[in-house]
Design a protein around this ligand. Structure first.
Ligand code: NDP
Ligand code: GDR
Length: 370
């Protein structure tokens, strides 16, 4: 039985990856952080009674900022594969916590690589590093491929740039099987609530159910190459099953503006919206657009812009070129954006059904995430 160690197992990708590896017969070990509230919602369905003898899913307390605990867990588990998914993964928050982000996302990657080296596991343990399309940052060329130059635009992206290069360096210096998956944005019903897609689908569900009036967003004209997390964890697995360790771009090759995602999500609940004056472009740039969206049916404003969501430096356009992953890994996404939006909105409607029933019976509900 192969053993995998997953950092960031309590996150969106960690949860889907754990499901995938268990279905392939792996013994899965995950590192979770101590938290004052339960933080295992996404993997609670995998929990096994610690007293069972044939367990194949284990959680270890730990943190990427603590090398002693990384070394101890890797020594104890002796994994065949490590998936380093743990990170402070929110781009805007990284401007508020730049040093911590560098520590967890940058040096955290070094801690994993160095632990494998020090423990003499170079020949045994393969390492996947969760690299990101944020590395491309300020547009140099599109679509972005494995050879496109990087120009990171946030403390998060700069920390991940270190993670990327230290992974390449350990591969070249010590002949380790260590790879970067340069993954473009991927979403799902398990996506964190403050990333834009989930923020939108939650708000759309609540607006449709009469639980919220308006959605406040930042830059509506950013363009992202959005895929489904379920497809993307398959690619992570495939990257570690090749003969030769290499880096791969994982993307759909299709890009969409944030405002279009908003429109698609509202359409799922039968609300047609209109952004007045949108899409006036000159020389490839949007020069004028409305920042509000209105319900066509009754003119109610449902989306407004709050500048607090603008980033000091923005990544305007991401569109990935997945040719190499298609050719070498045989990987192709099964979901398209329509299917993704449909699944996310439906899941959020189900999530808030209890609140809708309570409200319709006269119970006052406080909004937690405004
Ligand atoms: P999430 O934010 O959903 O999950 C991040 C995980 O990392 C959580 O389990 C979190 O724990 C854990 N974590 C945070 N800080 C630390 C730390 N100091 N030590 C140990 N664990 C830590 O991210 P995703 O699942 O979406 O992404 C997974 C990885 O892929 C991340 O590295 C992200 O940067 C990268 N990535 C994501 C993309 C995407 O579109 N989703 C695209 C490209 C790269 P807790 O639950 O306690 O907060
Ligand atoms: P991103 O994802 O920064 O691409 O990083 P996010 O969903 O946060 O932003 C996407 C785009 O939407 C714009 N935007 C808003 N974003 C948020 N969060 N909230 C808003 O209200 C809002 N309004 C507009 C943003 O400005 C941005 O342009 C994600 C993370 O998962 C990273 O960890 C990962 O590396 C990259 O994707 C690939």
């Amino acid at each position: 039985m192969k053993k995998a160690l997953v950092t960031g197992i309590t996150g969106q990708d960690g949860a889907y990856l754990a499901d995938l590896l268990l279905s392939k017969g792996y013994e899965v070990h995950g590192i979770k952080r101590r938290s004052s509230l339960f933080n295992t919602d996404r993997i609670d369905h995998l929990y096994q009674d610690p007293h069972e003898s044939d367990k194949n899913f284990f959680l270890h307390y730990g943190d990427l900022a603590d090398s002693t605990n990384i070394i101890r867990i890797i020594q104890q588990v002796q994994p065949d594969e490590i998936y380093n998914l743990g990170a402070m993964s929110h781009v805007q928050v990284s401007f508020e916590t730049p040093e911590y982000t560098a520590n967890a996302d940058g040096i955290g990657t070094l801690r994993i690589l160095e632990a494998v080296r020090l423990l003499g596991l170079i020949k045994k343990t393969r390492i996947y590093q969760a690299s990101t399309s944020e590395l491309y940052g300020l547009v140099q060329a599109v679509p972005q491929s494995e050879t496109t130059p990087f120009y990171p635009r946030s403390p998060y992206a700069v920390a991940k740039l270190y993670g990327y290069w230290i992974t390449v360096n350990y591969r070249e210096a010590y002949d380790m099987y260590a790879c970067n998956g340069i993954l473009f944005n991927h979403e799902s019903p398990l996506r964190g609530e403050t990333f834009v897609t989930r923020k939108i689908t939650r708000a759309v569900a609540k607006i449709a159910m009469g639980l919220q009036d308006k959605l406040y967003l930042g830059n509506l004209d950013a363009q992202r190459d959005w895929g489904h997390a379920k497809d993307y964890v398959e690619a992570m697995y495939l990257i570690l099953q090749q003969e030769k360790a290499e880096d791969f771009v994982i993307a759909t090759g299709v890009t969409t503006r944030v405002r279009e995602f908003v429109r698609m999500a509202f359409a799922e609940v039968g609300i047609e919206i209109d952004f007045k004056n949108e899409g006036v472009e000159e020389k490839g740039y949007v020069v004028s657009c409305s920042n509000s969206a209105y319900q066509v049916e009754n003119g109610t404003e449902v989306v407004a812009v709050d500048p607090k969501y603008f980033r000091p430096t923005e990544v305007d356009l991401l569109i990935g070129d997945p040719t190499k992953s298609k050719d070498k890994l045989g990987w192709e996404p099964k979901y398209d954006l329509n299917g993704l939006v449909k699944e996310m909105v439906a899941a959020d409607i189900e999530l808030f059904e209890k609140d809708r029933i309570l409200k319709s019976s006269g119970y006052q509900i406080k909004n937690q995430y405004e």
